[in-house]
Design a protein around this ligand. Structure first.
Ligand code: IPM
Ligand code: MN
Length: 346
């Protein structure tokens, strides 16, 4: 019989609240014969203050044994900036080789966008997740002086670029419009730009049905605002992907509905699914957080594990809920979760 052995990391701030709702919907959508086992981990600010640790080798060994990871949010004002980001989130993404950072953007009916009109937005960003300037490859000399020099080296390997580009082509191939856009800055970042462009053009030959396109990252920010409908699948490096996916979330309903997956397609390590939003300490514990982004992340998780029908049902439930939202007035985190659970069960 089928089973899902899930690691659950509620984390900090609103993480706990939104993850509870995500699990509620997960239990409601799974058929009887699928055994769901969950184990909760206490990573985040509390663990850091108690032990000084963010993520140990023993933690990684424990997490490795799960089929997937559901993460709420990590981060708290009581922890110096960067400690949990690098010591937990990036460490985990790198340790488990989460090289496909998948961030879909779909503007659903009834959802407000700051863009004029009601543009069609339905694209997915495949952000490289293990290379680029995120590798910590850099240094400082004459630190603190007027002559300080800081370097931050963007690492791009043929292996790393090719595997994420190939994944993006496969995703484009599977979508109705079959279009893939490479976003980079190859007019200025000549070395990495050459590698990305070259690999992109080479892999394109394996996917003759996919229409390809190249846009500089600065121009891409314009199109994301003026003509987001032109995008179907975007592939880009770690830092450009970080920046444009925040913009993508802002134009397609905001971070309340933006989901993401940190995926290792080989299955060698569990993939991790998380809302794009942070821990929002200002509204934590008040039942005000929107669990929708976490619920949509659960849909990505299920799709990754091969439960496409269940993922479809969650996405349909969210779409239906969002359509009615305007007429419903304010609801708590748990009320939204209950409504979604009822829809996926019924
Ligand atoms: C994200 C976040 C992280 C990133 C930070 C918290 C390290 O902004 O998931 O997009 O830059 O990847
Ligand atoms: Mn980000």
């Amino acid at each position: 019989s089928r089973s899902i052995n899930l690691a659950v990391i509620p984390g900090d701030g609103i993480g706990q609240e939104v993850v509870s709702e995500g699990l509620k919907i997960l239990s409601a959508v799974l058929p009887q014969d699928v055994k769901l086992e969950t184990k909760e981990y206490d990573f985040g600010a509390r663990r850091y203050h108690a032990t000084g640790e963010t993520l140990t080798d023993a933690d990684l060994d424990a997490l490795k044994r799960h089929d997937a990871i559901l993460l709420g949010a990590i981060g708290d004002p009581s922890v110096p900036s960067g400690v949990l980001e690098r010591g937990f989130l990036l460490k985990l993404r790198f340790a488990f080789d989460h090289h496909v950072n998948l961030r879909p953007s779909k503007l659903l009916p009834g959802v407000a966008t700051p863009l004029a009109g009601q543009p069609q937005i339905d694209f997915v960003v495949v952000r490289e997740g293990t290379e680029g300037p995120y590798t910590g490859n850099g240094g400082t000399i004459r630190k603190g002086t007027e002559h300080e020099v800081a370097t931050e080296v963007s690492v791009n390997t043929a292996y790393g670029v090719e595997r994420v580009v190939r994944d993006a082509f496969a995703r484009a191939q599977a979508r109705p419009r079959k279009k893939l856009t490479l976003v980079h800055k190859n007019n200025v970042l000549a070395f990495a730009g050459h590698l990305w462009t070259n690999v992109f053009n080479k892999v394109a030959q394996e996917f003759p049905e996919v229409t390809t396109d190249y846009i500089h990252v600065d121009a891409a920010t314009i199109y994301l605002v003026t003509d987001p409908g032109r995008f179907d699948v975007i592939v880009t490096d770690n830092l450009f992907g970080d920046i444009i996916t925040d913009l993508a979330a802002a134009v397609s309903g905001g971070i309340g509905v933006a989901a993401s997956g940190n995926i290792n397609p080989s299955g060698a390590f569990p993939s991790m699914f998380e809302p794009v939003h942070g821990s929002a300490p200002d509204i934590a514990g008040q039942g005000k957080a929107d669990p929708t982004a976490t619920v949509l992340s659960v849909a990505l998780l299920l799709r990754h594990l091969g439960y496409a029908g269940e993922a479809d049902r969650i996405e349909a439930a969210v779409a239906a809920d969002l359509t009615e939202r305007a007429s419903l007035g304010a609801r708590s985190t748990a009320q939204i979760g209950d409504a979604l659970a009822a829809r996926v069960a019924g």
